[in-house]
Write a protein that binds this ligand. Sequence first.
Ligand SMILES: [Zn+2]
Ligand SMILES: [Zn+2]
Length: 274
Amino acid sequence: MVFAVEFWGVRGSIACPSPRHVVYGGNTSCLEVTAGDHQIILDAGTGIRDLGESLLKRDVRHAHLLLTHVHWDHINGFPFFGPAYAGNRTFEIRAAHLAPLGGVREVLAGQMGQPTFPVPLETMRSKLVFEDFMAGDTFFLGPDVRVRTVGLNHPNGATGYRLECSGKSLCYVTDTEHLPGKPDQKILGLIEGADLVIYDCTYTDDEFVSKVGWGHSTWQEAVRLCRAGNVRQLAIFHHDPAHEDPFMADVERQARAMWEGAFVAREGMRIQLA
Ligand SMILES: [Zn+2]
Ligand SMILES: [Zn+2]
């Protein structure tokens, strides 16, 4: 059974389509996981527009969308997700910690409300199934994919995911802030022995000092966590828009020197786990 992940958006905060961001990519968070005959979309940042075009071309009729949280960079592409308007398709959309705000449907509908967006959620003709859960829950997508979740340390909350399929595991851990010198035990429990961890590496350790409370982590903390958790590979992810291509190339060099399992996620990259 195939188990693979493709990066459609790797940026944090805001899309940055500039000539200085072409190597690593300018779209915000969106991943596509293929698990057997299941398509699982992780976050709906601006990268989901291109993914939607691809799903239409491939005539994919069913997919799951798991949201880490609903900060703009993780949902801004949703109103431009073409397959949702196409009809004859089903999308199962899940998020945690939104029940007190009326649930994930209300939040996504609010983003598409007047006067900030002219096309309401009801215009989407495909079947949309919304489900709110609690961070910490474990559930299955079909019989083959087990999903574990934990709450992350982020303003307004965020959810970390571990997807298991075919004896392999992939973790998606963004957005989250660490406490220096105190590895996050919930994250360590989630990523233990994982084949691939995709982690919020917005800052460097040097930058982090002036960004405490902003809700993000560093590539050095990612390496420390992955080593402690016996992880095989780390994808450095959620790049700061201020980190242009030469800066990211330098991060990649330094990260690889510190730990050979590390690499920097680029838009268009595909990793096959099984
Ligand atoms: Zn973010
Ligand atoms: Zn966020």
